[in-house]
Write a protein that binds this ligand. Structure first.
Ligand code: NAP
Length: 513
């Protein structure tokens, strides 16, 4: 079957047993647009078993098939010298050769065969180049070399060490010198944007794993993520781009929330995680309209640890409240201006205001970091009597000076307050789950305990609070409220809060970032 539609999500089959391989093929037939049969995942005995059963099985498939038999040094699973690879392709039955849409031949194989008769017609050959270590600067030269071969399609996959490596992949897709279809992507975590935006930039296909653990390369999302979370087949060069910058990004819930909101409102937009280590370089190369090296419609960013302060010198405008809090968690790209806001304030205070009147309440804020700054600002505006408890008294005192609060050492906390707000990561999954910043006996008589942590939904602190008869509030409400405000700043539209809540709470994350 010839591939004539663009915008395909191709699922690689990476099973090691013939029976599992065949059942995964049937699964891929249901969810993917094309199926890559990775024969190099099977050792000889299982491979022979698979090849014996395959002719009858491929007859029932409707999706285009790509056959691959990759040696280990080029990203495959087996030690395969060139004779072994050639013999595999030459021994493929005519029935299977007829059934495949494309055979993936690595560049060395293609060049070795250039002057002899190929085992598969050139019109069905993808010429591939893989670099598992880096994305070389001279990728265009490699591409031009590959275009000159008789193969019908060019595939380039390189490892992105930094986000900036993705620029080479986009450059290649933008500056194609041949009508030959191209598959180009960057592997590894920083390469995700190339996989999500590949189809929008004209790549023939993008790869998606059938499930977590079935990836054929690092950084590969699942078919479901590409199709339902990022909606890659709907994206084009005109699509608006939003994203989250942080380091490390972990398993953030923000893509789930914002992409669900964009989909619900029918907005041609996508929200991506960007693992950014150098803020200045990222702003120059990807964000600022006058200097960015990527021609895309970037409209806004969420900013998380450790960049909430670091981003500030690179902005043209900072909202006075964000400046007063001393942190920016939202960037809006407005024309050629970069504008910074803080939605953690509204995110933290809205759920609290809905539950309790904090005016003149005695409030213990635990922690003196970024989130504590937003909370202290919100509480000082409302006239609460705040005491900041931190392990570092100097930090607590500095913050207290700014927001007319008291300061104390965390270990001196003994209760006797109306509200406790935890602004530390103590008790967070992946950090110190099971711990509490305060002892259970010190929660007697406290009216409300608010933990900014949202994973787990009930932290040990909240469990103690519930047992002590206090009202409790978890961090998910803040997460959703700050995201909804970001959405409003970026789009001017009210966010579908209920849907964002569902997207955030349905997400089974390993850590809270
Ligand atoms: P941050 O700027 O790193 O501040 C963390 C604070 O916690 C600092 O004061 C730090 O003390 C203190 N701390 C860390 N480990 C501690 C320990 N073992 N014992 C005592 N104090 C400790 O982080 P942040 O941005 O403020 O975030 C704080 C928490 O709020 C995190 O759990 C974060 O996930 C959560 N948060 C939730 C939301 C939401 O939407 N729900 C939004 C923002 C933040 P030192 O300064 O001495 O290190």
């Amino acid at each position: 079957m010839k591939i004539n539609s663009s915008k395909l999500i191709c699922a690689p089959i990476t099973e090691r047993r013939a029976a599992d391989f065949l059942s995964s093929m049937a699964e891929a037939e249901q969810v993917a647009d094309a199926i890559e049969l990775r024969f190099d995942y099977l050792e000889d005995e299982e491979l022979l078993r698979l090849l014996a059963q395959l002719p009858s099985r491929v007859a029932g498939l409707t999706k285009p098939l790509v056959f691959t038999y990759r040696p280990r040094e080029q990203g495959g699973q087996r030690e395969l010298d060139i004779c072994h690879r050639l013999s595999f392709w030459r021994n493929l039955s005519p029935q299977l050769i007829e059934a495949l849409s494309y055979a993936d031949f690595e560049l060395d194989l293609v060049e070795g065969l250039a002057h002899s008769s190929p085992p598969i017609p050139w019109s069905k050959v993808i010429c591939s180049y893989h670099n598992l270590d880096q994305t070389p600067d001279n990728l265009m030269e490699t591409y031009q070399r590959m275009v000159r071969t008789p193969a019908a399609v060019v595939k380039i996959a390189t490892r992105a060490v930094h986000l900036s490596d993705c620029l080479h992949i986009f450059e290649l897709l933008e500056r194609r010198v041949s009508p030959k279809p191209v598959i180009a992507l960057a592997m590894g975590g920083p390469g995700l944007m190339t996989r999500v935006l590949a189809l929008a930039y004209g790549a023939m296909l993008t790869f998606g794993a059938l499930r977590r653990g079935a990836e054929s390369a690092s950084g590969q999302p699942t078919v479901a993520e590409l199709r339902d979370l990022y909606r890659v087949k709907r994206l084009s060069r005109a699509s608006e781009i939003f994203g989250l910058i942080g380091y490390p990004i972990g398993h953030s819930r923000s893509p789930a929330m914002h992409n669900a909101a964009f989909a619900a409102l029918g907005r041609d937009a996508v929200y991506l995680p960007f693992e950014v280590d150098h803020v200045a370089q990222f702003v120059r190369d990807f964000v600022r309209p006058g200097t960015r090296k990527l021609d895309w419609q970037l409209r806004g960013l969420s900013v998380t640890i450790p960049h909430k302060l670091a981003i500030m010198p690179y902005l043209d405008f900072i909202d006075p409240t964000a400046r007063r809090i001393g942190a920016v968690n939202t960037v809006v790209v407005a024309g050629d201006q970069l504008c910074g806001y803080n939605t953690d304030l509204i995110g933290a205070m809205k759920p609290l205001d809905e539950l309790i009147d904090v005016r003149e309440a005695k409030v213990a804020v635990i922690g003196a970091g970024g989130a504590a700054r937003a909370v202290c600002y919100g509480l000082s505006q409302r006239g609460a009597a705040v005491t900041i408890y931190a392990r570092d008294l100097n930090k607590a005192e500095r913050l207290a000076d700014e927001f007319q609060a008291q300061a104390a050492l965390l270990e001196s906390f003994t209760g006797q307050t109306d509200i406790v707000i935890n602004c530390t990561p103590i008790g967070m999954r992946g950090h110190s789950e099971g711990d509490s910043p305060v002892k259970p006996e010190h929660l007697q008589g406290v009216k409300l305990v608010y933990d900014l942590i949202y994973n787990p939904a009930e932290t040990t602190l909240l469990e103690y609070a519930r047992q002590a008869g206090c009202r409790t509030l978890g961090g998910l409400a803040m997460l959703v409220a700050q995201a909804a405000e970001q959405f409003r700043l970026w789009t001017g539209e009210e966010a579908p809060v209920e849907l964002m809540w569902q997207a955030a709470s349905g997400f089974n994350s390993q850590s809270q970032t």
